[in-house]
Design a protein around this ligand. Sequence first.
Ligand code: SF4
Ligand code: SF4
Length: 162
Amino acid sequence: MRSVPFKCVKCGECCKHLAGRMFGMVLTPTEYMRMNRLARMHATRLDAVPLVGGVIGSRLYQMTHDTCPFFDKRRNNCKIYAQRPIVCRMYPLNPSGLMGCTALTKLTKMGLPVAFPEEMKREATKYLMTVDPIIKGANLVYGLDHGWKPKNWFTLREKFGV
Ligand code: SF4
Ligand code: SF4
């Protein structure tokens, strides 16, 4: 079957809705340090909290912002585009399922499979190999609205909406 190539329409919507139902935007420790440094350079502030607990030697952070502090509202683009984290590079591909995206919604309405760029798929694979196992292996997860909770609490919440 013919497929349609994914093409971002640069609406900026994904940078304005970072806080998901349970977590904020995920950052690796390296990205967390880099974005803190970039925040100082851009005279802004990065607000982030841990994401996982009970994983020996592994850390992840999540941003608590809804609109990213690196989003340039005037130009409607990213101020740190070349240095953006993995989650931004792979969006809207996500191991938890394809996420809401203006361009993707439009393309899927055509009823054809969407072909994602190789670079985007590489970033999603990187996330699957490095970030995803840490989240899956964690005993505790920090939810933006509920604080620290056992991992299975989030699974139940997602399943039953508790
Ligand atoms: S929501 Fe989709 S189309 Fe809009 S900027 Fe983000 S990736 Fe591009
Ligand atoms: S780092 Fe850039 S691409 Fe990623 S959410 Fe922020 S503004 Fe958007």
